[in-house]
Design a binder for this molecule. Structure first.
Ligand code: HEM
Length: 503
């Protein structure tokens, strides 16, 4: 047995012994409590497997099963520790989430992004992307993308206007199609799932307006969006059960379909890169001698990831508004005279901004953020509490449940119950002098691995939501909209609404 193997065996044996003896491997003031592998009455098992992976939020709920009987931090910080493997820590405590995110990066001893829940994404997009890479490779990618995604760049008047105008034109054209469809039906109200429409507009803005590509709406809708949707689904299955997934693909003929969809994805990546030589779209701001080949994994991540995240964000915002006609009307009053969504106009659309903030809080696109302790680590929260985590701990920063926890976001703190969609809570908080920056909801992350696409995403989603409200009134068909979750969360009903033209 060589030295390295011996050491891993010793570590495994030490963990296994701790697990059998029930020793808590964590320490400090915010001590996590243990979740057992099996238990009666729980929603599912506390880890993903081929029969529950489509409902990850349920897996997280299992961690909190019976947690109410714990006190203090033990209610919100829960760990699974089995089979000699490193512990998996799930936390819905905002102070702990914030401390871990702030201590993530490429410096010695900092947390890495845990790549285990995204292994399938890396196989499909490449391992050296900004999203997937850790350490020096991540730092290199971050430097490369800093300039084109910076606030000063996207919101600088002449650059912003260029994007804003083409984005607005794209959105207007698509809504016009929807309007004609509505008029041609001869009905006052049509019933339609809006999420598929939103997805195409989001990809169109990204490929044609942001990357300066030239691809028809038809081709995006019929070829590229279906290819991305199938590949994203494949990425999730390929992460949870890679072996059964590839066996299944081999025997069902799915391999041939996957091959075709991968070729489509490569063709779309080529289209996004094709504007580089002419300096179109964002490429004007992109100064680097990296070869096109070296940029491919990032482009793939931007295309698939950004379509997914912006679609989730816009779909949720429209879905929440579909349950709240009075808020739609308030936004309508704000945007009816708006002809351009420049930063000043956007800032003055107060209700729209609060709706976007509240959407990300209640229904964040990325419902958890994965991290891994690279060494034995002590973290310190802003209120000076400490937690020790052993090297190798897999952290699941559970933003979804943190933002729905009454203790942190409920009536006593924000004026409204945590699980209610209430844009006015931001007004209550503002009156107390508390901003979104103080009350982090982590909708775009926090710390060094904060989302570089935030300004672009906000611009796109603000435009789409504003434009939809300006043209239509829409009402949710179901009384309540449930969530589904994969790479991101989405309304389970595909944003099924009754759509009516505003007169
Ligand atoms: C508007 C909708 C969007 C939402 C809600 C969103 C959300 C997030 C969140 C929460 C993170 C942090 C992940 C973590 O800490 O583990 C993140 C990271 C990232 N986002 Fe976004 N995002 C959006 C749009 C975009 C767009 C438009 C792009 C690019 C075109 C983009 C590219 C990325 C990349 C590359 C990272 C990884 C950054 C790093 O690890 O350093 N996102 N996003």
């Amino acid at each position: 047995m060589n030295g390295e193997l011996l050491m891993s065996f010793q570590t495994w044996a030490a963990r296994f012994l701790q697990q059998v003896r029930g020793v808590n491997p964590f320490d400090g003031d915010c001590l996590p409590t243990r979740v057992s592998l099996f238990g009666f009455g729980r929603p599912t098992l506390p880890f993903p497997h081929p029969w529950n992976y489509k409902d990850p939020i349920k897996i997280f709920e299992t961690f909190y099963w019976d947690a109410e009987k714990e006190t203090g931090s033990g209610k919100h910080n829960r760990y699974l520790y089995v089979a000699g493997l490193p512990p998996v820590l799930l936390t819905r405590e905002p102070a702990v989430i914030r401390a871990v995110l702030a201590a993530t990066g490429d410096k010695p001893g900092q947390f890495d992004r845990d790549t285990s829940p995204t292994a399938g994404i890396a196989r499909a997009t490449g391992e050296d992307s900004l999203l997937y890479a850790n350490g020096p490779a991540w730092r290199r990618q971050k430097r490369l993308s800093a300039e084109p995604f910076s606030r000063s760049n996207l919101f600088q008047p002449e650059k912003f206007h260029g994007f804003e105008q083409t984005f607005r034109k794209t959105v207007a054209e698509r809504l016009e199609t929807l309007r004609s469809h509505q008029q041609a039906s001869g009905k006052k109200v049509i019933r339609i799932e809006l999420e598929p429409e939103i997805k195409v507009v989001m990809l169109e803005m990204l490929v044609n307006n942001f990357f300066g590509g030239r691809v028809s709406y038809q081709e995006l809708r019929e070829r590229f969006v279906p290819a991305l949707v199938l590949l994203i689904d494949h990425m999730i299955r390929d992460t949870v059960a890679p072996i059964s997934q590839s066996l299944c693909a081999m025997f069902t003929g799915r391999n041939a379909i996957l091959k075709q969809k991968r070729a489509d994805f490569e063709a779309l990546t080529d289209i996004a890169l094709s504007g580089r030589a002419e300096g179109l779209g964002l490429w004007k701001q992109f100064k680097s001698d990296a070869t096109d080949e070296a940029l491919r994994s990032n482009i793939r991540v931007f295309l698939a990831g950004a379509m997914e995240a912006t679609t989730s964000f816009a779909s949720w915002a429209i879905s929440h508004l579909a349950h709240a006609p009075e808020i739609q009307d308030q936004i309508y009053e704000e945007v009816r005279e708006l002809s351009a969504y420049d930063p000043d106009n956007l800032a003055s659309a107060v209700t729209l901004n609060r709706v976007l903030e509240e959407t990300l809080r209640l229904t964040p696109a990325l419902y958890f953020l994965p991290r891994r302790a690279t060494v034995d680590t002590w973290i310190e929260t802003t209120d000076n509490r400490k937690m020790f985590m052993p090297k190798g701990t897999h952290l699941r920063l559970d933003v979804w449940h943190a933002n729905r926890c009454e203790e942190f976001w409920g009536k006593a703190v924000t004026g409204y119950p945590a699980e209610t969609f209430a844009p006015d809570r931001w007004e209550v908080l503002a009156r107390k002098g508390i901003t979104a920056k103080d009350m982090l909801h982590f909708g775009f992350g926090h710390g060094p691995r904060f989302c570089p696409g935030r300004f672009l995403g906000l611009l796109e989603v603000g435009l789409v939501v504003g434009a939809v409200v300006k043209m239509f009134k829409f009402t949710a068909v179901g009384e309540e909209t449930r969530a589904k979750a994969g790479v991101s969360t989405k309304p389970a009903d595909g944003v099924l609404v009754d759509l009516e033209l505003r007169t």
